[in-house]
Design a protein around this ligand. Structure first.
Ligand code: IMP
Ligand code: MG
Length: 185
């Protein structure tokens, strides 16, 4: 049992093929919208966005630069309002077009914090591309310019998303269920 003795494979929510198809569509939209852009700075949020970012940017044909933030929340597993920047980006973004790439928007605090920071630093434009949108959980407004899928309020894993660092390398998006059938850890 490669995924561990006690846990069955997470139930499929979005198949590998569905993810692949949607990623192609998002890449085409980004190509179209930024056709006149000299260089698009694409910024991922570690670690969850990595699988999505790589697949997406392989499909994009405009010139890009890639950089990463890593964030952490104080205390609980979700952000609860206060977001810490653990790793900053290396590139200067003043006067640049920036596309932020994230795995999931949940409460919105992580993205709100990063979007505000990028604007404060003088980015020419900032847009957000998120694979998953858990809109029912939103606490602060975060406009998603390119959204992969809307999902219900369930805890998801796979395609970069983890539960306690597990399941990131599942090729699909699945629902994490503990042995009591609860979908939140
Ligand atoms: P926020 O609540 O929008 O600030 O999201 C914070 C972070 O929580 C996301 O970037 C994810 O890393 C993580 N997260 C939120 N919901 C889920 C989920 O369903 N599965 C795995 N990670 C999640
Ligand atoms: Mg994340």
């Amino acid at each position: 049992m490669p995924w561990g003795k006690e846990n069955a494979l997470p139930r499929v929510l979005i198949t590998e093929q569905e993810v692949e198809r949607r990623v192609r569509e998002l890449a085409a939209a980004i190509d179209h919208d930024y056709a006149a852009t000299e260089r698009l700075i694409c910024i991922g949020v570690l670690k969850g966005s990595v699988f999505f970012l790589v697949d997406l940017l392989k499909r994009v044909t405009i010139p890009v630069a890639v950089d990463f933030f890593q964030t952490a929340s104080y205390g609980a597993s979700t952000s609860g309002g206060e977001v810490r920047i653990r790793k900053d980006i290396d590139l200067s973004i003043r006067g640049q077009d920036v596309l932020l790439i994230e795995d999931i928007v949940d409460t919105g605090y992580t993205l709100r914090t990063i979007l505000d920071l990028l604007r404060f630093r003088g980015a020419k434009s900032v847009k957000l591309c998120a694979l998953l949108d858990k809109a029912s959980r939103r606490e602060v407004d975060v406009p998603i310019d390119y959204c992969g899928f809307q999902i219900e309020d369930v805890f998801v894993v796979g395609y970069g998303l983890d539960f306690d660092e597990r399941y990131r390398n599942l090729p699909y998006v699945g629902v994490y269920e503990d042995r009591g059938g609860h979908t939140h850890p």
